[in-house]
Design a protein around this ligand. Structure first.
Ligand SMILES: Cc1ncc(COP(=O)(O)O)c(C=O)c1O
Length: 303
C-alpha cells in the first residue's frame, strides 16, 4: 500500500512511523470505527467526494459504539482529512480515518479507555480488477448471515463487523466467485461484504431497506442519480430467488463505485453483461465524482 503521511492524534508523520502499541484494546477486541472515502482529480483540482457525509457517519459510528466524547468535530475531521490528502500529494486516492480504543479499555468497556484518531491516505487501485467492470462480477449468496442489528450495530462502520465480511468474501473467492451477497437473519438480501446492492426489474431500481445494512453514501448517491435519470427507485425486501430472475444487479460503494453483477450462484443475470441501467448509473456516478455532473459541486470538497 503506497502511503506517505498519516495524521495521528494531531501530528502529521511518515506513514511507516504511524504505529500503535501491541497492547491496544482496539486491536485486541476490534473496537475501532472507520470510514472509507475517495478523492478524485476534477477539473478544479483534487476533490473529496461527499466528505461531510462520511465524517458525519464517522461521528455517528463512534456514538453508536458508545464513545461519549468525540475528540474532533465533523468540521475538524474534514480539515484533517484534507490536510492528509494534501500532504500525500497523490492523484486519485483512498482515505481512511480510524478511531480506536486505546489508553486502557481492558475492562471491556469504552469508558475504561480513550479514543485515538488517525487519517491515512493511499493510492487507489481498481476494485476487483479492470476486467470486472466490463464483464461484471460473479457473485454467490454466502452461507454466512449478515449481522443482526441488535448484535453488531449495522449502521456503524465498526472494525469488528468486518470479520463477518472477511469470512464471506474469503469463502466466495476460494469457491471461484468475485463477491458474496449476504442475507440478513430473516433470510432476505442485505448487502455485499463491503458494498450495497441494487437490482433492476421492469425498469425499476429496488434496494433492500436500511434495517440490516450499512447505509451507504454511494447508495444515497445512486438514488439521487436515478431520480435525475427518471428511473423509479424503491426500497423493498428481496428474497434470494428474486436475485435469480431480475434484469440487472449491481453493487455500489465508495471502493466499488458502481459495478454490475452478471451471475449469481452460477445463474446468468439478464444478458450476462452489465445492463443498460447499471451502465447509465455508473456513468452518472463517475461524472459526479470527477466533478463534471450538475450535482458535483454540492458533493465535492476541494482539498
Ligand atoms: C458493509 C458495507 N456496506 C455498504 C458499504 C457502502 O458504503 P459507502 O457507499 O458509504 O462506501 C460499505 C462500504 O463502506 C460497506 O463496508
Amino acid at each position: 500500500m503506497n502511503s506517505r503521511f498519516t495524521w495521528i492524534n494531531g501530528e502529521m508523520i511518515a506513514s511507516d512511523q504511524a504505529t500503535v502499541p501491541f497492547l491496544t484494546a482496539g486491536l485486541h477486541y476490534g473496537v475501532a470505527i472507520f470510514e472509507g472515502i475517495r478523492a478524485y482529480k476534477t477539473p478544479n483540482g483534487l476533490g473529496v467526494f461527499r466528505l461531510r457525509e462520511h465524517m458525519k457517519r464517522f461521528e455517528d459510528s463512534s456514538r453508536i459504539v458508545g464513545f461519549l466524547d468525540m475528540p474532533h468535530s465533523v468540521d475538524e475531521m474534514m480539515e484533517h482529512v484534507c490536510a492528509t490528502v494534501r500532504a500525500n500529494g497523490f492523484g486519485d486516492c483512498y482515505i481512511r480515518p480510524l478511531l480506536w480504543l486505546a489508553d486502557g479499555g481492558w475492562q471491556l468497556t469504552i469508558d475504561s479507555g480513550k479514543a485515538h484518531v488517525a487519517v491515512s491516505v493511499w493510492e487507489q487501485s481498481v476494485y476487483g480488477g479492470k476486467s470486472t467492470v466490463a464483464e461484471g462480477l460473479k457473485a454467490c449468496v454466502s452461507s454466512f448471515t449478515r449481522h443482526h442489528p441488535n448484535a453488531m450495530m449495522t449502521k456503524a462502520k465498526v472494525a469488528g463487523n468486518y470479520v463477518n465480511s472477511i469470512l464471506a468474501k474469503t469463502d466466495a473467492q476460494r469457491n471461484g466467485f468475485n463477491e458474496a451477497i449476504m442475507l440478513d437473519p430473516q433470510g432476505y438480501v442485505a448487502e455485499c461484504t463491503g458494498a450495497n446492492l441494487f437490482v433492476v426489474r421492469n425498469g425499476r431500481l429496488v434496494t433492500p431497506p436500511a434495517d440490516a445494512i450499512l447505509e451507504g453514501i454511494t447508495r444515497d448517491t445512486v438514488v439521487a442519480l436515478a431520480q435525475d435519470l427518471g428511473i423509479p427507485v424503491q426500497e423493498s425486501q428481496l428474497s434470494r430467488d428474486h436475485l435469480y430472475v431480475v434484469d440487472e444487479v449491481f453493487v455500489c460503494g465508495t471502493a466499488a463505485e458502481v459495478v454490475g453483477i452478471t451471475s449469481i450462484d452460477r445463474r446468468t443475470i439478464g444478458a450476462g453483461v452489465p445492463g443498460p441501467i447499471t451502465s447509465a448509473i455508473r456513468e452518472a456516478y463517475l461524472s459526479a465524482v470527477r466533478g463534471t455532473h450538475a450535482r458535483s459541486e454540492r458533493w465535492i470538497t476541494l482539498t
